[in-house]
Write a protein that binds this ligand. Sequence first.
Ligand SMILES: O=C([S-])c1cc(C(=O)S)c[n+]([C@@H]2O[C@H](COP(=O)(O)O)[C@@H](O)[C@H]2O)c1
Ligand code: NI
Length: 402
Amino acid sequence: MKAAYLDCFSGISGDMLLGALVDAGLDFNLLQRDLAGLDLDEYELYEQKVLKQGIRGTQIHVHALEGHVHRHLSDIQAIIGRSALPPQVKEKSLEIFTRLGKAEAKIHGTDIEQIHFHEVGAVDAIVDIVGAVIGFWRLGIERVFASPIHVGKGFVKAAHGLLPVPAPATLELLTGVPIYAQDVEGELATPTGAAIVTAYCREFGPFPKIRVERIGYGAGVKDLTIPNLLRLTIGELANEDKGQEGIREGEALTLEVNIDDMNPECYDYLFEKLFQAGAMDVYIQTIQMKKNRPAVLLTVQTPYHKLEEMRRILFQETTTIGLRVYPIKKYMLPYELLTVETNYGSAKVKVAFMEGRACTVSPEYEDCRRLARLTGEPLKHIYEEIKEKAKILLYSTKYPMD
Ligand SMILES: O=C([S-])c1cc(C(=O)S)c[n+]([C@@H]2O[C@H](COP(=O)(O)O)[C@@H](O)[C@H]2O)c1
Ligand code: NI
Protein backbone atom coordinates (compact mmCIF):
# COMPACT_ATOMS: atom_id res chain seq x y z
CA MET A 1 0.00 0.00 0.00
CA LYS A 2 1.31 3.43 -0.96
CA ALA A 3 1.62 5.68 2.08
CA ALA A 4 2.73 9.25 2.73
CA TYR A 5 4.32 10.82 5.78
CA LEU A 6 4.00 14.57 6.36
CA ASP A 7 6.82 15.99 8.44
CA CYS A 8 5.25 19.16 9.86
CA PHE A 9 8.34 20.55 11.65
CA SER A 10 7.47 23.94 10.19
CA GLY A 11 3.71 23.57 10.24
CA ILE A 12 1.44 22.95 7.29
CA SER A 13 -0.52 25.17 4.93
CA GLY A 14 -2.40 24.44 1.72
CA ASP A 15 0.29 25.89 -0.55
CA MET A 16 3.12 24.12 1.31
CA LEU A 17 1.32 20.81 0.81
CA LEU A 18 0.74 21.52 -2.87
CA GLY A 19 4.44 22.42 -3.21
CA ALA A 20 5.49 19.19 -1.44
CA LEU A 21 3.26 17.08 -3.72
CA VAL A 22 4.72 18.72 -6.85
CA ASP A 23 8.24 18.40 -5.46
CA ALA A 24 7.61 14.68 -4.82
CA GLY A 25 6.67 14.09 -8.46
CA LEU A 26 3.12 15.31 -9.03
CA ASP A 27 3.19 16.59 -12.63
CA PHE A 28 2.59 20.36 -12.41
CA ASN A 29 1.07 20.54 -15.91
CA LEU A 30 -1.26 17.65 -15.16
CA LEU A 31 -2.27 19.35 -11.91
CA GLN A 32 -3.08 22.53 -13.83
CA ARG A 33 -5.08 20.54 -16.38
CA ASP A 34 -7.04 18.77 -13.61
CA LEU A 35 -7.70 22.10 -11.85
CA ALA A 36 -8.95 23.56 -15.13
CA GLY A 37 -11.91 21.19 -14.67
CA LEU A 38 -13.06 23.54 -11.88
CA ASP A 39 -14.36 26.33 -14.09
CA LEU A 40 -12.48 28.95 -12.06
CA ASP A 41 -10.42 31.16 -14.28
CA GLU A 42 -9.70 34.02 -11.89
CA TYR A 43 -6.28 32.73 -10.85
CA GLU A 44 -2.82 31.89 -12.12
CA LEU A 45 -0.67 29.13 -10.69
CA TYR A 46 3.14 29.36 -10.53
CA GLU A 47 5.76 26.85 -9.52
CA GLN A 48 9.08 28.13 -8.20
CA LYS A 49 12.16 26.36 -6.82
CA VAL A 50 13.41 28.12 -3.69
CA LEU A 51 16.11 27.53 -1.07
CA LYS A 52 15.22 27.47 2.62
CA GLN A 53 18.32 27.20 4.83
CA GLY A 54 20.11 25.50 1.92
CA ILE A 55 17.32 22.98 1.26
CA ARG A 56 15.69 23.19 -2.15
CA GLY A 57 11.93 23.06 -2.16
CA THR A 58 8.98 23.88 -4.40
CA GLN A 59 6.86 26.92 -3.74
CA ILE A 60 3.44 27.12 -5.34
CA HIS A 61 1.91 30.55 -5.80
CA VAL A 62 -1.78 30.95 -6.42
CA HIS A 63 -2.17 34.43 -7.85
CA ALA A 64 -5.83 35.47 -7.49
CA LEU A 65 -7.10 37.78 -10.25
CA GLU A 66 -10.55 38.17 -8.70
CA GLY A 67 -9.98 40.48 -5.72
CA HIS A 68 -11.46 39.47 -2.36
CA VAL A 69 -14.57 37.39 -3.01
CA HIS A 70 -16.72 36.16 -0.14
CA ARG A 71 -18.15 32.72 -0.79
CA HIS A 72 -20.56 30.61 1.22
CA LEU A 73 -20.22 26.84 1.55
CA SER A 74 -23.06 26.40 -0.97
CA ASP A 75 -21.10 28.46 -3.56
CA ILE A 76 -18.08 26.22 -3.10
CA GLN A 77 -20.25 23.10 -3.22
CA ALA A 78 -21.66 24.32 -6.54
CA ILE A 79 -18.21 25.07 -8.02
CA ILE A 80 -16.86 21.66 -7.03
CA GLY A 81 -20.12 19.83 -7.79
CA ARG A 82 -20.37 21.03 -11.39
CA SER A 83 -16.64 20.56 -12.08
CA ALA A 84 -15.20 17.89 -14.34
CA LEU A 85 -13.24 16.34 -11.46
CA PRO A 86 -13.49 12.61 -10.62
CA PRO A 87 -16.16 11.79 -7.98
CA GLN A 88 -13.70 10.84 -5.24
CA VAL A 89 -11.81 14.15 -5.69
CA LYS A 90 -15.08 16.09 -5.44
CA GLU A 91 -16.16 14.15 -2.38
CA LYS A 92 -12.89 14.58 -0.46
CA SER A 93 -12.61 18.29 -1.39
CA LEU A 94 -16.15 18.91 -0.15
CA GLU A 95 -15.45 17.01 3.05
CA ILE A 96 -12.45 19.30 3.70
CA PHE A 97 -14.42 22.49 2.99
CA THR A 98 -17.24 21.32 5.25
CA ARG A 99 -14.78 20.66 8.10
CA LEU A 100 -13.26 24.09 7.56
CA GLY A 101 -16.70 25.71 7.50
CA LYS A 102 -17.81 23.91 10.68
CA ALA A 103 -14.66 25.00 12.53
CA GLU A 104 -15.10 28.65 11.45
CA ALA A 105 -18.80 28.59 12.32
CA LYS A 106 -18.03 27.28 15.79
CA ILE A 107 -15.40 29.97 16.38
CA HIS A 108 -17.66 32.80 15.20
CA GLY A 109 -20.65 31.33 17.06
CA THR A 110 -22.75 31.09 13.93
CA ASP A 111 -24.23 28.62 11.48
CA ILE A 112 -22.13 26.94 8.78
CA GLU A 113 -24.19 28.46 5.93
CA GLN A 114 -23.72 31.95 7.43
CA ILE A 115 -19.97 31.61 7.12
CA HIS A 116 -18.77 33.50 4.10
CA PHE A 117 -15.34 31.95 4.39
CA HIS A 118 -13.29 35.23 4.23
CA GLU A 119 -9.75 34.25 3.30
CA VAL A 120 -10.59 30.56 3.21
CA GLY A 121 -13.27 31.06 0.56
CA ALA A 122 -10.89 32.87 -1.73
CA VAL A 123 -9.77 31.21 -4.90
CA ASP A 124 -6.39 30.20 -3.43
CA ALA A 125 -8.04 28.07 -0.73
CA ILE A 126 -10.14 26.29 -3.37
CA VAL A 127 -7.04 25.65 -5.48
CA ASP A 128 -5.01 24.55 -2.43
CA ILE A 129 -7.66 22.12 -1.19
CA VAL A 130 -8.76 20.65 -4.51
CA GLY A 131 -5.12 20.63 -5.71
CA ALA A 132 -3.97 18.67 -2.65
CA VAL A 133 -6.77 16.13 -3.13
CA ILE A 134 -5.81 15.78 -6.80
CA GLY A 135 -2.18 15.33 -5.71
CA PHE A 136 -2.89 12.47 -3.29
CA TRP A 137 -5.12 10.87 -5.89
CA ARG A 138 -2.66 11.21 -8.79
CA LEU A 139 0.24 9.88 -6.72
CA GLY A 140 -1.84 6.88 -5.64
CA ILE A 141 -1.49 7.60 -1.91
CA GLU A 142 -3.85 5.39 0.07
CA ARG A 143 -2.84 6.17 3.64
CA VAL A 144 -1.40 9.32 5.25
CA PHE A 145 0.64 9.68 8.42
CA ALA A 146 1.96 12.89 9.94
CA SER A 147 4.29 14.12 12.64
CA PRO A 148 3.02 16.21 15.56
CA ILE A 149 2.38 19.68 14.16
CA HIS A 150 4.50 22.73 14.88
CA VAL A 151 1.91 25.49 15.00
CA GLY A 152 4.04 28.59 15.73
CA LYS A 153 3.23 31.35 18.21
CA GLY A 154 2.37 35.04 18.46
CA PHE A 155 -0.36 36.84 16.55
CA VAL A 156 -1.44 36.94 12.92
CA LYS A 157 -3.24 39.67 11.01
CA ALA A 158 -6.60 38.58 9.53
CA ALA A 159 -9.62 40.36 8.03
CA HIS A 160 -11.10 41.26 11.44
CA GLY A 161 -7.83 42.13 13.18
CA LEU A 162 -5.18 40.25 15.07
CA LEU A 163 -5.74 36.56 15.82
CA PRO A 164 -3.76 34.47 18.29
CA VAL A 165 -1.53 31.75 16.80
CA PRO A 166 -2.60 29.06 16.20
CA ALA A 167 -5.59 30.82 14.64
CA PRO A 168 -8.83 29.72 16.34
CA ALA A 169 -10.05 27.69 13.35
CA THR A 170 -6.65 25.96 13.07
CA LEU A 171 -6.72 24.95 16.72
CA GLU A 172 -10.31 23.77 16.45
CA LEU A 173 -9.44 21.58 13.47
CA LEU A 174 -6.46 20.16 15.31
CA THR A 175 -8.57 18.83 18.19
CA GLY A 176 -7.12 15.45 19.16
CA VAL A 177 -3.90 16.06 17.23
CA PRO A 178 -0.52 16.46 19.00
CA ILE A 179 0.75 20.02 18.42
CA TYR A 180 3.62 22.11 19.80
CA ALA A 181 5.23 25.54 19.62
CA GLN A 182 8.91 26.40 20.03
CA ASP A 183 10.78 29.68 19.66
CA VAL A 184 9.56 30.36 16.14
CA GLU A 185 7.29 33.43 15.88
CA GLY A 186 4.44 33.42 13.38
CA GLU A 187 1.63 31.28 11.99
CA LEU A 188 3.10 27.96 10.79
CA ALA A 189 -0.08 25.89 10.53
CA THR A 190 -3.07 27.50 8.81
CA PRO A 191 -6.75 26.54 8.84
CA THR A 192 -6.51 25.16 5.29
CA GLY A 193 -3.44 23.05 6.12
CA ALA A 194 -5.09 21.79 9.32
CA ALA A 195 -8.33 20.92 7.50
CA ILE A 196 -6.50 18.92 4.83
CA VAL A 197 -4.16 17.02 7.14
CA THR A 198 -6.93 16.05 9.56
CA ALA A 199 -9.18 14.90 6.71
CA TYR A 200 -6.52 12.42 5.55
CA CYS A 201 -4.59 11.48 8.63
CA ARG A 202 -5.53 9.72 11.87
CA GLU A 203 -2.02 8.80 12.98
CA PHE A 204 0.31 11.56 14.20
CA GLY A 205 3.72 10.35 15.37
CA PRO A 206 7.15 9.26 14.16
CA PHE A 207 7.82 7.82 10.69
CA PRO A 208 5.84 4.64 10.00
CA LYS A 209 7.76 1.70 8.56
CA ILE A 210 7.80 2.65 4.87
CA ARG A 211 10.22 1.91 2.05
CA VAL A 212 11.15 5.40 0.90
CA GLU A 213 10.43 6.02 -2.77
CA ARG A 214 9.91 9.77 -3.22
CA ILE A 215 10.65 12.84 -1.13
CA GLY A 216 9.23 16.32 -1.65
CA TYR A 217 9.81 19.65 0.09
CA GLY A 218 7.01 22.23 -0.09
CA ALA A 219 8.11 25.75 0.79
CA GLY A 220 6.21 28.36 2.77
CA VAL A 221 6.47 32.04 1.92
CA LYS A 222 8.21 33.45 5.01
CA ASP A 223 11.87 33.01 5.88
CA LEU A 224 12.06 31.70 9.42
CA THR A 225 14.82 30.73 11.83
CA ILE A 226 14.06 27.11 10.82
CA PRO A 227 13.59 25.82 7.22
CA ASN A 228 10.06 26.87 6.30
CA LEU A 229 9.31 23.57 4.58
CA LEU A 230 6.83 20.75 4.70
CA ARG A 231 8.53 17.44 3.97
CA LEU A 232 6.54 14.72 2.25
CA THR A 233 7.87 11.16 2.09
CA ILE A 234 6.10 8.63 -0.08
CA GLY A 235 6.71 4.89 0.01
CA GLU A 236 5.38 1.40 0.28
CA LEU A 237 4.07 0.61 3.74
CA ALA A 238 5.84 -2.34 5.38
CA ASN A 239 3.66 -5.37 6.15
CA GLU A 240 3.31 -4.96 9.90
CA ASP A 241 1.94 -1.44 9.52
CA LYS A 242 -0.93 -2.67 7.38
CA GLY A 243 -2.45 -3.69 10.68
CA GLN A 244 -3.85 -7.10 11.50
CA GLU A 245 -6.70 -5.62 13.48
CA GLY A 246 -9.43 -5.79 10.89
CA ILE A 247 -10.86 -5.35 7.46
CA ARG A 248 -9.57 -2.48 5.32
CA GLU A 249 -11.95 -0.50 3.13
CA GLY A 250 -10.89 0.74 -0.26
CA GLU A 251 -12.21 2.20 -3.45
CA ALA A 252 -11.41 1.22 -6.99
CA LEU A 253 -12.87 1.25 -10.50
CA THR A 254 -14.22 -1.58 -12.60
CA LEU A 255 -13.80 -1.18 -16.36
CA GLU A 256 -15.81 -3.37 -18.71
CA VAL A 257 -15.83 -3.96 -22.44
CA ASN A 258 -17.75 -6.43 -24.62
CA ILE A 259 -15.66 -7.76 -27.49
CA ASP A 260 -16.94 -9.96 -30.32
CA ASP A 261 -14.41 -9.41 -33.08
CA MET A 262 -10.92 -9.82 -31.68
CA ASN A 263 -8.30 -12.45 -32.39
CA PRO A 264 -8.26 -14.53 -29.16
CA GLU A 265 -4.46 -14.75 -29.36
CA CYS A 266 -4.29 -11.06 -28.42
CA TYR A 267 -5.74 -11.52 -24.91
CA ASP A 268 -2.56 -12.91 -23.40
CA TYR A 269 -0.58 -9.80 -24.43
CA LEU A 270 -3.45 -7.53 -23.32
CA PHE A 271 -3.50 -9.11 -19.82
CA GLU A 272 0.27 -8.72 -19.58
CA LYS A 273 0.07 -5.01 -20.47
CA LEU A 274 -2.81 -4.30 -18.08
CA PHE A 275 -1.13 -6.05 -15.14
CA GLN A 276 2.19 -4.36 -15.89
CA ALA A 277 0.42 -0.98 -15.85
CA GLY A 278 -0.98 -1.65 -12.36
CA ALA A 279 -4.34 -3.40 -12.86
CA MET A 280 -5.46 -5.09 -9.65
CA ASP A 281 -7.31 -7.82 -11.54
CA VAL A 282 -8.17 -8.70 -15.14
CA TYR A 283 -10.55 -11.46 -16.25
CA ILE A 284 -12.79 -12.49 -19.12
CA GLN A 285 -16.13 -14.26 -19.27
CA THR A 286 -17.84 -15.65 -22.33
CA ILE A 287 -21.16 -14.01 -23.12
CA GLN A 288 -23.84 -14.27 -25.78
CA MET A 289 -24.48 -10.90 -27.40
CA LYS A 290 -27.22 -9.59 -29.68
CA LYS A 291 -27.70 -11.48 -32.95
CA ASN A 292 -26.47 -14.53 -30.98
CA ARG A 293 -22.86 -13.54 -31.31
CA PRO A 294 -20.52 -15.32 -28.92
CA ALA A 295 -18.36 -12.67 -27.30
CA VAL A 296 -16.11 -11.89 -24.38
CA LEU A 297 -16.82 -9.64 -21.40
CA LEU A 298 -13.46 -8.25 -20.32
CA THR A 299 -13.29 -6.84 -16.78
CA VAL A 300 -10.42 -4.78 -15.36
CA GLN A 301 -10.16 -3.65 -11.77
CA THR A 302 -7.94 -0.64 -11.30
CA PRO A 303 -7.04 2.00 -8.73
CA TYR A 304 -8.61 5.38 -9.59
CA HIS A 305 -5.34 7.04 -10.50
CA LYS A 306 -4.60 4.41 -13.18
CA LEU A 307 -7.84 5.02 -15.10
CA GLU A 308 -6.30 6.97 -17.97
CA GLU A 309 -3.54 4.40 -18.50
CA MET A 310 -6.01 1.48 -18.46
CA ARG A 311 -8.32 3.29 -20.86
CA ARG A 312 -5.44 3.94 -23.26
CA ILE A 313 -4.34 0.27 -23.21
CA LEU A 314 -7.90 -0.98 -23.75
CA PHE A 315 -8.46 1.29 -26.74
CA GLN A 316 -5.02 0.58 -28.16
CA GLU A 317 -4.88 -3.19 -27.66
CA THR A 318 -8.49 -4.29 -28.21
CA THR A 319 -11.04 -3.71 -30.96
CA THR A 320 -13.51 -1.96 -28.66
CA ILE A 321 -14.64 1.60 -29.35
CA GLY A 322 -16.29 2.14 -25.98
CA LEU A 323 -15.99 1.09 -22.36
CA ARG A 324 -17.99 1.23 -19.15
CA VAL A 325 -16.60 2.44 -15.82
CA TYR A 326 -18.11 1.73 -12.38
CA PRO A 327 -16.83 2.91 -8.99
CA ILE A 328 -16.59 0.02 -6.55
CA LYS A 329 -16.08 -0.34 -2.82
CA LYS A 330 -13.64 -2.97 -1.67
CA TYR A 331 -13.24 -4.74 1.66
CA MET A 332 -9.88 -6.37 2.12
CA LEU A 333 -8.37 -8.54 4.81
CA PRO A 334 -4.82 -7.65 5.76
CA TYR A 335 -2.39 -10.40 4.80
CA GLU A 336 1.21 -11.47 5.10
CA LEU A 337 3.42 -13.62 2.92
CA LEU A 338 5.06 -16.34 5.04
CA THR A 339 7.75 -18.76 3.88
CA VAL A 340 7.38 -22.36 5.02
CA GLU A 341 9.82 -25.27 4.75
CA THR A 342 8.33 -28.54 3.45
CA ASN A 343 9.75 -31.97 2.53
CA TYR A 344 9.70 -30.78 -1.09
CA GLY A 345 11.41 -27.42 -0.57
CA SER A 346 10.47 -23.94 0.64
CA ALA A 347 7.35 -22.13 -0.52
CA LYS A 348 5.45 -18.92 0.13
CA VAL A 349 1.96 -18.83 1.63
CA LYS A 350 -0.43 -15.92 1.75
CA VAL A 351 -2.08 -15.71 5.17
CA ALA A 352 -5.04 -13.37 5.63
CA PHE A 353 -6.05 -12.15 9.09
CA MET A 354 -9.31 -11.12 10.68
CA GLU A 355 -9.79 -9.89 14.24
CA GLY A 356 -6.27 -10.98 15.15
CA ARG A 357 -6.64 -14.55 13.85
CA ALA A 358 -5.40 -16.17 10.67
CA CYS A 359 -8.52 -16.97 8.67
CA THR A 360 -7.32 -17.96 5.18
CA VAL A 361 -4.12 -19.74 4.17
CA SER A 362 -3.31 -19.86 0.44
CA PRO A 363 -0.10 -21.45 -0.85
CA GLU A 364 1.36 -19.45 -3.75
CA TYR A 365 0.54 -21.28 -6.96
CA GLU A 366 3.87 -20.44 -8.65
CA ASP A 367 5.78 -22.05 -5.76
CA CYS A 368 3.53 -25.15 -5.82
CA ARG A 369 4.14 -25.52 -9.56
CA ARG A 370 7.90 -25.08 -9.18
CA LEU A 371 8.07 -27.78 -6.47
CA ALA A 372 5.78 -30.12 -8.43
CA ARG A 373 8.04 -29.81 -11.48
CA LEU A 374 11.15 -30.27 -9.37
CA THR A 375 9.97 -33.36 -7.48
CA GLY A 376 7.43 -34.95 -9.82
CA GLU A 377 4.90 -35.06 -6.94
CA PRO A 378 1.26 -34.23 -7.74
CA LEU A 379 0.70 -30.48 -7.35
CA LYS A 380 -2.32 -31.10 -5.07
CA HIS A 381 -0.13 -33.03 -2.57
CA ILE A 382 2.38 -30.23 -2.51
CA TYR A 383 -0.40 -27.70 -2.01
CA GLU A 384 -1.78 -29.64 1.00
CA GLU A 385 1.66 -30.13 2.53
CA ILE A 386 2.43 -26.37 2.30
CA LYS A 387 -0.92 -25.55 3.88
CA GLU A 388 -0.33 -27.99 6.78
CA LYS A 389 3.17 -26.59 7.42
CA ALA A 390 1.78 -23.04 7.38
CA LYS A 391 -0.87 -23.97 9.97
CA ILE A 392 1.78 -25.51 12.25
CA LEU A 393 3.86 -22.33 11.88
CA LEU A 394 0.84 -20.17 12.70
CA TYR A 395 0.01 -22.16 15.86
CA SER A 396 3.40 -21.17 17.23
CA THR A 397 2.74 -17.43 16.61
CA LYS A 398 0.42 -14.89 18.16
CA TYR A 399 -1.92 -15.32 15.16
CA PRO A 400 -3.35 -18.88 15.45
CA MET A 401 -5.70 -20.34 12.87
CA ASP A 402 -9.41 -20.43 13.58
O1 LIG B 1 -10.94 36.18 8.59
C1 LIG B 1 -11.20 35.31 9.31
S1 LIG B 1 -12.73 35.09 9.96
C2 LIG B 1 -10.21 34.34 9.72
C3 LIG B 1 -10.49 33.44 10.72
C4 LIG B 1 -9.53 32.56 11.10
C5 LIG B 1 -9.79 31.65 12.18
O2 LIG B 1 -8.96 30.87 12.55
S2 LIG B 1 -11.29 31.72 12.83
C6 LIG B 1 -8.26 32.54 10.48
N1 LIG B 1 -8.00 33.45 9.49
C7 LIG B 1 -6.66 33.55 8.86
O3 LIG B 1 -6.79 33.59 7.47
C8 LIG B 1 -5.55 33.28 6.86
C9 LIG B 1 -5.77 32.40 5.68
O4 LIG B 1 -5.77 31.05 6.04
P1 LIG B 1 -5.61 29.86 4.96
O5 LIG B 1 -5.93 28.60 5.70
O6 LIG B 1 -6.57 30.14 3.85
O7 LIG B 1 -4.18 29.85 4.47
C10 LIG B 1 -4.70 32.67 7.94
O8 LIG B 1 -3.74 33.58 8.34
C11 LIG B 1 -5.74 32.42 9.06
O9 LIG B 1 -5.17 32.42 10.32
C12 LIG B 1 -8.97 34.33 9.11
NI1 NI C 1 -15.12 35.93 10.09
